[in-house]
Design a protein around this ligand. Structure first.
Ligand code: GTP
Length: 597
């Protein structure tokens, strides 16, 4: 295809503003998919993605379109991941296209997450076409939202396309805007091959499938390619495009988006952002901007039933084959036995992996307190990158500790602003900015990542009844008064509950955790002290009183089946418990003890 006939674009939108509905409409109205093949929301495929309404893997579809000027165009839509944890993946997808549709729900307006992705689009030098969706709704206020786009994002919205992805109104205008307002890609077919590795995933039939954007040169079946970051060489088995099913083609030229397969064994062997070139006469320099995957949040994953350790290992290895950004190593804990220390791109990523382990592999897990990477400077002048409080050196050897901080952007209706400020203040935030756009405020805070990894997002949603939107980026490390707090249950330290806390907040935090554990740990036949300690000093304490745990006593010896049922229930309950010394702690206690509400 001639470069001038190609348009590559992404759709930037906040969750629920109608990205998938619009994509489906574009695909449908151009006859890319026959109506009877049309599944609702073609682009989101994974179950968890569907359930949570987020896209994790970039997906692409090639649309053939005859425009009003009578010419035939190829439109490549790339569906980018929609979550802050995947910011780097988003940035690579953005680099693979020249323009974006900015879809804003005309009844809702701009949200924080939209902002983050728009900035990525601006950074990738995109031409941006604002699209106001849901104008069929009585609550739609296109004029107000146009103003907001201009005020908050700073791009011209006077030519915004007004549509209803639901009814199909304005879809033709979107297609024309793509052709007339977005630039054609540039590239040189005669130059050495440079193709960007945008994403990769495992396909049961084809093995690893690599999504590529060809910048220069031509990629053909049976070429020998080299990954410039890893140096690995592969013979290409197939190249093709997505329509949206995989359709083999002979070649992909400059400006084109498509896939290749090349007997690559595991997704781990591919790196998002890597440059693919030919083994012989390849490009000299890679495309700019490559970054290795960097986990930022860590936690331990242990099987509730220690007999399931091998199953957990298999499951984690399988998941890791398909997710290069997830790291793991074996860990042993005095209290929990064998498990894995795992690193994730963010909290959502952690939840997705944990869900999959539990759901797809049927393993009940204990998740230890999530931790960030601390820089611990020791008195001997060395520094360790510590991502497990269990590795904390003795206090006398520690000179200072630095923690990662983030810049958080929160958009919230005025009415909830006070609660949001309080929440950020409580989490040791430093206010950087506060501005208004209509009846909504935009607050920017410098916050310790440590205070955000646990339940910040849940708290934010609950104090704002779901009206706030939140986005963050890492900004660097800063020193603070941090200490390791241990929890002792029946005088035994439970390392899975150790957390790093700010010294000034340790007592309050310790009291909350002890009080929660008192509720979460069932009574035993003996008294159980629960203590929070820093070093050898106890800073909070609760006691669970003793009980004669005879659940059948209530049945007055009468009904035998009822008695049996109760005993069975008790047994089932036990499965989700873990023995710590003489105390059984339920699986749910580990996560819930950490919540701060
Ligand atoms: P995620 O996939 O969760 O990121 O959301 P999305 O942005 O893809 O939104 P989606 O297309 O799933 O639409 C969200 C909801 O809005 C769905 O219930 C759609 O039916 C509805 N919706 C989308 N477009 C329109 C529209 O033009 N008018 C109305 N009334 N509803 C719409």
């Amino acid at each position: 295809t001639e470069l001038s006939q190609i348009r590559n674009f992404s759709i930037v939108a906040h969750i629920d503003h109608g990205k998938s509905t619009l994509a489906d409409r574009l695909i449908q109205s151009t006859g890319t998919v026959q109506d009877r093949e049309m599944k609702e929301q073609l682009l989101d495929s994974m179950d968890i993605e569907r359930e949570r309404g987020i896209t994790i893997k970039a997906q692409t579809v090639r649309i053939d379109y005859r425009a009003a000027d009578g010419q035939d165009y190829v439109l490549n839509l790339i569906d980018t991941p929609g979550h802050v944890d995947f910011a780097y993946e988003v940035s690579r997808s953005m680099k693979a296209v020249e323009g974006s549709l900015l879809v804003v729900d005309a009844s809702q307006g701009v949200e924080a997450q939209t902002l983050a992705n728009v900035y990525q689009a601006i950074e990738a030098d995109h031409e941006i076409v604002p699209v106001l969706n849901k104008i069929d709704l009585p609550a739609a206020e296109p004029e107000r939202v146009k103003e907001q786009i201009e005020d908050v994002i700073g791009i011209d919205a006077s030519d915004a396309v007004e549509i209803s992805a639901k009814t199909g109104l304005g879809i033709g205008d979107v297609l024309e805007a793509i052709v007339t307002r977005l630039p054609a890609p540039k590239g040189n077919a005669d130059a050495p091959l440079k193709a960007m590795l945008v994403d990769s995933w495992y396909d049961a039939y084809l093995g690893v499938v690599v999504l590529v954007r060809v910048m220069d040169g031509v990629l053909k079946k049976s070429d020998r390619i080299r990954m410039m970051q890893t140096g690995a060489v592969y013979p290409v088995d197939r190249v093709g495009v997505f329509k949206p099913g995989m359709l083999p083609v002979d070649r992909l030229g400059p400006g084109e988006l498509g896939f290749l397969t090349a007997s690559i064994k595991q997704v781990r062997d591919t790196r998002v952002g890597d440059t693919i070139t030919h083994e012989k006469k390849g490009a000299e320099t890679p495309l700019p901007g490559f970054q290795p995957a960097q986990p930022v949040v860590f936690c331990g994953l242990f099987p509730v039933d220690s007999a399931e350790f091998e199953d957990l290992r298999d499951a984690i290895e399988k998941l890791a084959l398909n997710d290069a950004s997830f790291s793991y190593e074996m860990e042993t804990s005095a209290a929990l036995g064998f498990g894995f220390r795992c690193g994730f791109l963010g909290l959502l990523h952690l939840e997705v992996i944990r869900d999959r382990l539990e759901r797809e592999y049927g393993i009940d897990l204990i998740t230890t307190a999530p931790s960030v990477i601390y820089h611990v400077y020791k008195t001997d002048g060395t520094m360790i990158e510590m991502h497990n409080p269990a590795d904390m050196p003795e206090a006398v050897h520690v000179d200072r500790i630095e923690e990662p901080r983030i810049k958080a952007t929160i958009l919230v209706p005025d009415d909830y602003l006070g609660d949001v400020l309080k929440l950020c203040q409580d989490r040791r935030g430093i206010q950087l900015d506060l501005t208004y756009a209509g009846s909504r405020a935009m607050v920017v805070y410098d916050l310790p990542l440590n205070e955000v990894v646990f339940d910040f997002y849940d708290r934010l949603k609950s104090v704002t009844k779901g009206y706030a939107s939140f986005d963050y980026q890492m900004i660097g490390y800063a020193q603070d008064q941090l200490v390791k707090m241990q929890i002792l249950v029946n005088d035994e330290p439970v390392d899975a509950l150790s957390v790093m806390v700010h010294r000034a907040r340790a007592e309050a935090r310790g009291r909350v955790m002890c009080a929660k554990l008192k509720e979460l740990i069932p009574q035993h036949m003996f008294k159980i002290p629960i203590q929070a300690a820093i070093g050898g000093r106890i800073i909070a304490r609760e006691t669970i009183s003793a009980l004669r745990k005879d659940v059948t006593a209530k049945c007055y010896g009468g009904d035998v089946t009822r008695k049996k049922k109760l005993l069975e229930k008790q047994k089932a309950g036990k499965k989700k418990m873990r023995q710590f010394g003489r105390v059984e702690i339920p699986q749910s206690a580990f996560i819930n003890a950490l919540k701060m509400d």
